[in-house]
Design a protein around this ligand. Structure first.
Ligand code: 13P
Ligand code: SF4
Length: 338
């Protein structure tokens, strides 16, 4: 096996691979053209076999591409679900098919496990917008005001925070705090949305998701006027006027549940492109209109990198134990709330 580690020759699509992966292709046939399958299938086959040998589990975020999301992931979900399921993981090795802060959260919650991120450069514009030192300065400026931090941040930032939140539970976390005023970091758009929901006074940071801030209300309205039966679902990292043009605002898991439960005829998901592909694979009767904004960080994760990561058990995510312990308090407090 070790000789294969340095080998970058594409794996071969053999008869054995074709037969073994046929049931998986049936799941994604609606979103992956058949000519592309021979490129993915050998990696899917190799990953699924090696995963068992390593006693590894693959956690995939909803923005991963369908060949990862539907064909090698054991656990799929939004940031909240991935954090929750990371706690229950019984495997020795956790491979996080997502971005670095998600892998760091898994490590914070599972310090004794090997946590791998197939590409260590898979970052996030929100996580990069703020440091632990920035949070300490804000605490000095606003003494006694609780700090609520979106999970899209580094362990250093979480360690300086009172409680974390995700897009799926931000409103519940703010309400549970019961404070009149909070420092909400670092996503200003999500913060303004939650401020409107809760009426709590908030101090914001100028952070934004580089993918969601590109959507405009005009773009959403133009889709809505082109199709009169369209249902618009938007992620709360979008600017407020975009959210105002939507029929539903929620986390990636919230949007998936909306489609599963209400089965609208036509949907526009105002979020990262791969989401629509992943949901479309499971709902062939729903027509997905796909405005495409890619997250370049999420797209760093590929099947060959996942395979390599399982072969080498690298790149590992490590968090300094003192920082991890302080960050864990803020993440666990969030998990207790909802
Ligand atoms: P969710 O928690 O809604 O999956 O969002 C994570 C994220 O990075 C969205 O851009
Ligand atoms: Fe970060 Fe935005 Fe990418 Fe989500 S979509 S990981 S918030 S840059």
């Amino acid at each position: 096996m070790d000789t294969a580690i340095a080998d970058t020759t594409p794996l071969e699509y053999t008869e054995e691979v074709a037969v073994a992966t046929a049931p998986l292709y049936a799941k994604v046939a609606g979103v992956i053209p058949s000519v592309e399958w021979p490129l993915h299938a050998p990696y899917i086959h190799a990953i699924n076999r090696l995963k068992e040998q390593r006693n590894a589990v693959i956690l995939a975020h909803n923005y991963q591409t369908p060949e990862i999301f539907h064909c090698v992931a054991d656990i799929r979900g939004d940031s909240l679900a991935l954090a929750r399921r990371a706690v229950d993981a019984e495997a020795d090795v956790i491979v996080l098919a997502g971005v670095h802060f998600m892998a760091e959260t898994a490590k914070i919650l599972n310090p004794s496990k090997t946590v791998l991120i197939p590409d260590a450069a898979a970052g996030c514009s929100l996580a990069e917008s703020i440091t632990g030192a920035d949070v300490r300065l804000l605490r000095e400026k606003y003494p006694g005001v609780p700090v609520v931090t979106y999970v899209n941040t580094s362990a250093d930032v979480k360690a300086e925070s009172d409680v974390c939140c995700t897009s799926g539970n931000a409103e519940a976390v703010i309400r549970a705090l019961g404070a009149d005023r909070v420092i909400f970091l670092p996503d200003e758009h999500l913060g303004r949305h939650v401020q409107r929901q809760t009426g709590v006074d908030m101090i914001f940071w100028k952070g934004a998701c580089e993918v969601h801030e590109r959507f405009t209300a005009e773009e959403v309205r133009s889709y809505a006027s082109a199709y009169d039966d369209i249902v618009v679902l938007a992620h709360p990292e979008c600017p407020l006027d975009v959210l105002d043009a939507a029929d539903y605002v929620g986390s990636t898991a919230g949007m998936i549940d909306y489609v599963a439960q209400r089965k609208p005829a036509r949907v526009l998901m105002v979020t990262e492109c791969s989401m629509s592909d992943n949901v479309a694979a499971e709902h062939p009767d729903v027509d997905f209109i796909k405005p495409c904004n890619l997250c370049p960080h999420m797209k760093r994760i590929t099947l060959p990198k996942i395979l390599r990561s399982l072969q080498t058990l690298e790149p590992r995510v490590e968090v300094d134990p003192d920082t991890a312990a302080r960050a864990r308090r803020a993440v666990e407090r969030m998990l207790e709330i909802g």
